[in-house]
Write a protein that binds this ligand. Structure first.
Ligand code: ADP
Ligand code: ADP
Ligand code: MG
Length: 658
């Protein structure tokens, strides 16, 4: 086995590989770009070396630089993860030339499967069933059109060199073919540097079912069963599970055999995935082979109890596969979701920023989290905006689904917009729950999966108000106007707290009670009290009912999470921040809260412009500036600096100019 390996990747996959290496006592070398200097994989690895600027093309994709680092650090092997250099023949060759083990298949296998067209030709020879279509070398547009017409519409045009759902065009009618072909070729040329295409019959309501295969250098090839990855958006996987719902033992055996045949046909060694598309009748057809570890490999690990990265390392070190086909079995059911920093409700726009709060479920035998970030880290615009993969396991699919719904409720993310709500609606969607779904489900149900933002529940308003009150209390000391007996005895024990949620502004009356507060919202009273804990936790009691919540503060905004509330966002409307705006331009400016005068900023009798700062009031350890409601002059200040004033006290006399 190796003593030291280099990981030519970043993010969750780099962290995941490091974890296995650590368990096996293998030292790890991370590489990173300037944008990833403080990234989790850099912190976790034994050594870390910067390989260039943020752009992957200038860092993670520079093969020579990475091999140089492997040499310099004495790494014997390179794990490429997925994406980046993982399916790059030239890189695998360069590793061999430098006498470094590439943890992946032989160059010839990468080559054979690198072109979807060439792979299909090979698979046809090996007797693996193919989707009806054309994958020939002749790329004359007229010939392609003729082929598409013969296949029958709808057809799918794919970039032969494609991946990641890019460069695919569904064509419904013969007259649309030429334009779709041209646009597919353009995208293929710019994304993959190769404009060749293939054409397939576009299957309706299909499932994506793929088989995990593994080969060793002794020539043994096994499969580790299937994964269903049918929940896709724009041909990209969103949710994956194993085993596939509705899979019969016979079909599993047949697909497993086809996948193993496919792998054998190219002399496959290491981890690979043979992707099939399954039609409504259950017939399956080869689509492509991914010659690397897949993003969704954890679901296979969860149902087989195996560590596929360990298998990869053993195979790369020349050892035989740890288990034979007969020793492999499926236990239970696993589901993975890809948690992304993206705004599902805004067309899945990636969301970048700092993960101000990252609360995830606790890991256990049932819950696994693969992530490349921690609270406080940045989601940058340079790489894929994945926050984490959340994987659950249980004895049966219904129980695993329940686990997933629960686990998603515990994902509490502030700082970037995450797709948690979308995933939650997806995994509880009846069609998915019943196992009656296909690759078009998300597209068809988009409106339902991304509903307009719902009004926050009453509880959310109460929790937000309570958190605000407790935070104010924590910020103030004993001498605070809110808690000093002085002002209480003066009577003002009631105030109004105004919160804004999704365009709805509500004023909550707050009465100070011996323990906690009584909130009145739309005439309904609720006694609340609670305790703030670390990291936004709020142990609340609402009318005597305990309620565990997370309320994360982000400036004037409060993000409320509970088992039933998915990050409702409230803005605290500070009356002092806008004091004066609603007042009469003439007359007295009134203190909306009890506080202390800390500064007088205008001179009596000297004209000021609208918005000019006149006076600073300190309340709850925060300073609030009272500004001029219009152009005019201050006629007099009612209190000197240092004076405590009650809520409602007139602070100054103002006269607007004519
Ligand atoms: P990529 O390299 O982008 O992964 P694939 O060939 O694996 O490309 O296809 C990606 C997805 O597109 C599949 O998972 C499936 O949902 C859809 N797809 C591919 N081929 C077909 C087809 N012939 N009919 C219907 N859907 C297809
Ligand atoms: P899989 O088929 O393994 O589930 P997908 O095809 O959905 O994975 O996505 C894997 C592809 O997505 C990679 O080949 C790469 O193009 C891209 N990708 C995703 N995440 C990353 C990452 N962290 N680093 C580099 N590439 C990534
Ligand atoms: Mg694919």
């Amino acid at each position: 086995m190796f003593d030291k390996i280099l990981i030519a990747n970043r993010g969750e996959i780099a962290c995941r590989v490091i974890k296995t290496c650590r368990r096996l006592g293998i030292r790890t070398v991370a590489v990173f770009s300037e944008a990833d200097r403080h990234a989790r994989h850099v912190r976790l690895a034994d050594e870390a070396i910067c390989v260039g600027p943020a752009a992957a093309r200038e860092s993670y994709l520079v093969a020579e630089r990475i091999i140089e680092v492997a040499r310099a650090t004495g790494a014997q092997a390179i794990h490429p993860g997925y994406g980046f250099l993982s399916e790059n023949e030239a890189f695998a060759e360069a590793c061999a030339a430098a006498d470094i083990v590439f943890i992946g298949p032989p160059v010839a296998a990468i080559h054979a499967m690198g072109s979807k067209s060439a792979a299909k030709a090979l698979m046809a020879q090996a007797g693996v069933p193919l989707v009806p279509g054309y994958h020939g070398d002749d790329q004359t547009p007229a010939l392609l059109q003729q082929q598409a017409d013969a296949i029958g519409y709808p057809v799918l045009i794919k970039a032969s060199a494609g991946g990641g759902g890019k460069g695919m065009r569904v064509v419904e009618r013969s007259e649309d073919f030429a334009a779709a072909l041209a646009s597919c070729q353009r995208e293929a040329a710019s994304s993959f540097g190769d404009d060749r295409v293939l054409i397939e019959k576009y299957l309706l309501e299909p499932r994506h079912v793929e088989i995990q295969v593994f080969g060793d250098t002794q020539g043994t090839v096994v499969h580790l069963f299937e994964r269903d990855c049918s929940l896709q958006r724009r041909h990209q996987k969103v949710v994956e599970e194993a085993p596939a719902p509705g899979m019969s033992a016979e079909r599993r055996a047949a697909m497993g055999k086809a996948a193993v045949d496919a792998a054998r046909a190219v002399g496959y060694v290491g981890a690979g995935t043979v992707e099939f598309i399954v039609d409504r009748s259950g017939a399956f057809f080869f689509m492509e082979m991914n010659t690397r570890l897949q993003v969704e490999h954890p679901v296979t690990e969860m149902i087989t109890g195996q560590d596929l990265v360990e298998w990869q390392l053993r195979v790369a070190a020349g050892q035989p596969l740890p288990l034979t086909q007969d020793e492999l079995a499926i236990h239970g059911h696993a589901i993975e979701v890809r948690v992304y920093a993206e705004d599902a409700d805004a067309g899945f726009l990636p969301s970048i920023g700092r993960l101000q709060h990252l609360g995830m479920p606790r890991e256990s035998a049932h819950v696994r989290i693969d992530t490349g970030v921690e609270q406080g880290d940045e989601i940058t615009p340079y790489y894929d905006p994945m926050i984490a993969k959340l994987i659950v396991w249980d004895e049966s699919r219904p129980r695993a689904l329940q686990r997933m719904a629960q686990a998603l409720m515990q994902c509490r993310i502030v700082g970037v917009t995450a797709n948690i709500g979308f995933l939650e609606r997806l995994v509880t969607h009846p069609a998915f729950v019943e196992g009656q779904f296909d690759t078009g489900l998300i597209g068809r149900q988009l409106a339902q999966l991304c509903p307009p933002t719902q009004a926050a529940a009453e509880t959310a308003w109460q929790l937000a108000a309570l958190a605000q009150l407790l935070d104010e209390q924590a910020r103030s000391d004993v001498a605070s106007p809110w808690h000093a007996d002085g002002w209480r005895m003066n009577g003002a024990q009631t105030r109004t707290l105004t919160l804004l949620n999704g365009g709805e502004e509500r004023s909550i009356q707050v009465d100070y009670a011996a323990q906690g507060y009584v909130l009145t919202l739309d005439g309904r009273r609720c006694a609340v009290r609670g305790e703030r804990r670390d990291d936004g936790q709020l142990l609340a009691e609402l009318d005597g009912q305990p309620q565990f919540a997370t309320v994360v503060r982000d400036g004037e905004r409060l993000h409320v999470f509970t088992d039933a509330i998915h990050g409702a966002v409230f803005t605290v409307i500070d009356p002092l921040a806008h004091a004066g705006e609603d007042s009469d331009a003439h007359g007295g400016l009134v203190s909306p809260m009890p506080g202390k005068i800390v500064a007088l900023l205008a001179e009596v009798g000297v004209p000021v412009d609208k918005g000019a700062p006149l006076l600073v009031l300190e309340a709850m350890k925060m300073e609030h500036t009272i500004t001029a409601p219009s152009a005019g002059v201050v006629r007099s200040f009612r209190y000197p600096v240092g004076e405590q004033v009650a809520g409602g006290a007139e602070l100054l006399e103002f006269e607007a100019s004519a």
